[in-house]
Ligand binder design. Structure first.
Ligand SMILES: [Zn+2]
Length: 152
């Protein structure tokens, strides 16, 4: 029996929030962020840079995939978001083990912020929806091992 593609339930359209930010399945497995590393100063930059912000050189940067493991250094719960955002949702600042820090949505912080210092991991998921219902996906974070941890 081969499945009839026309009988499949139509999934909502999806698009990535911005090209060149992440890969869903990196070389080492799992989602990874697309960063630049600098051979001169050792800096790690996310998103990718064309010129090293430290050295102001354009010949020392190399593309790199970095892991999205890090520590939550700030977290809040957005009770009423802008149109397109499913509220409430968590928003946090994550200091990545790889170096850079970024602000992103935090799963599991819908009912209140997660504790500062919580270990988090990168997931690729819905950030918001376009007016036509297209799901916009991008990098976000959840408690490390979040899928397996039972908070009860
Ligand atoms: Zn540099």
């Amino acid at each position: 029996m081969s499945p009839n593609p026309k009988a499949q339930i139509r999934k909502p359209a999806e698009r990535v929030i911005r090209e060149g930010l992440f890969v869903s399945e990196g070389v080492a497995g799992g989602p990874k962020l697309l960063a630049s590393t600098c051979e001169a100063c050792g800096g790690v930059f996310f998103p990718r840079e064309a010129v090293c912000p430290v050295d102001r050189r354009d010949d020392t940067l190399r593309d790199a995939e970095i892991a999205g493991d890090g520590v939550l250094v700030a977290c809040t719960t957005v009770k009423r978001g802008l149109p397109g955002f499913d509220s409430p949702y968590g928003l946090g600042t994550v200091s990545l083990d790889a170096g850079p820090a970024l602000i992103a949505q935090v799963e599991g912080a819908e009912d209140g912020p997660l504790q500062i210092g919580t270990r988090v991991e990168l997931v690729i998921g819905q950030i918001r929806k376009d007016k036509d219902g297209t799901i916009v996906v991008g990098p976000k974070f959840r408690r490390h091992g979040g899928a397996e941890v039972d908070d009860g």
